[in-house]
Design a protein around this ligand. Structure first.
Ligand code: HPA
Length: 279
């Protein structure tokens, strides 16, 4: 069923999943991980992997953000069959929500049960510093959009899905165990999603702190909602690549987001491997 506007519906999602399955050589991923800005290198941790360019998958929306490679790999990591998605579609590129969550729905239809969403985010909590990692305990959807708006397709999930525990308590506990075992400290906090692409003003950041947010970013929340709708267990981890606007006497730049993400990638990789091992 396509949505009334012809946007991707169940049939398009299923067609893309079947297309990938036909090329996966019998490998059925149980865990998927979406890599945020600057974390694309994690892709190379997969062994026996095969990779697919997003552009080759029927119906997959094109992404054009620098540093987002736009490919899906399925391979082995820490003894598990894992799908790694390098590059995601953002609202700020002009995509409707059902395109933003296309990949999430496709990997769910592939049979993935656990979704790990990573992102680069600005730190709002004053205890954080650049390069800190934050496990998402909850989120605030400040996008003004919800990926489930429109007719509900019951084959995906319920009309009114519960969001009391978007980020699985079990997986958050596993993240803490992996953090201790690998010696990679993590914070916990609330992520607020904004549409972007402009960064926030200092007044917005003060307002978000009052609302209870610890970090701010432009992704993750639509994917987490769509994944919960389809019954997946979700874990979210932010790499704090910068302190949010107005917190330090400096301006924000996308280059810095990359530089810091790149600096912490080895620690982040170790943490993710520890999590996947236990998930
Ligand atoms: N704001 C929004 N998104 C971001 C930021 C930020 O400060 N840093 C990385 N992604």
């Amino acid at each position: 069923m396509t949505t009334p506007s012809g946007r991707p519906g169940f049939n398009e999602i299923d067609a893309a999943a079947s297309w990938i399955r036909g090329r996966a050589g019998g490998r059925a991923p149980e865990i998927a991980i979406v890599l945020g800005s600057g974390l694309g290198g994690f892709f190379d941790r997969l062994t026996d992997a095969f990779a697919i360019e997003y552009a080759d998958v029927p119906g997959w929306p094109a992404t054009a953000v620098a540093g987002h490679a736009g490919r899906l790999g399925i391979g082995t990591l820490a003894g598990k069959t894992v799908a790694v998605l390098s590059g995601r579609v953002h609202m700020y590129e002009g995509h409707e929500m059902d395109r933003v969550v296309f990949a999430t729905r496709v990997i769910a239809r592939l049979g993935v049960k656990t979704l790990i969403l990573t992102n680069a985010a600005g730190g709002i909590n004053k205890a954080f510093g650049k390069g800190a990692l934050m496990v998402l305990d909850d989120h605030i959807n400040f996008l003004g959009r919800n990926p489930l708006t429109g007719p509900n397709d019951d084959r995906f999930g319920l009309r009114f899905p519960d969001m009391t525990e978007v980020y699985s308590a079990r997986l958050r506990g596993i993240a803490d165990e992996a953090s201790r075992e690998r010696g990679v400290p993590v914070y916990h906090g609330v992520y607020i999603a904004v549409p972007g692409p402009s960064y926030e003003t200092p007044a917005e950041i003060r307002a978000f702190r009052t609302l209870g947010a610890d970090a701010v970013g432009m992704s993750t929340v639509p994917e987490a909602i769509a994944a919960r709708h389809m019954g997946l267990d979700v874990l979210g981890i932010s790499c704090i690549t910068n302190m949010a606007a107005g917190m330090l006497p400096e301006t924000l730049s996308h280059d810095e987001v990359f530089e810091i993400a790149n600096r912490v990638k080895d620690a982040f990789t170790a943490l993710l491997e520890g999590i996947i091992e236990r998930a």
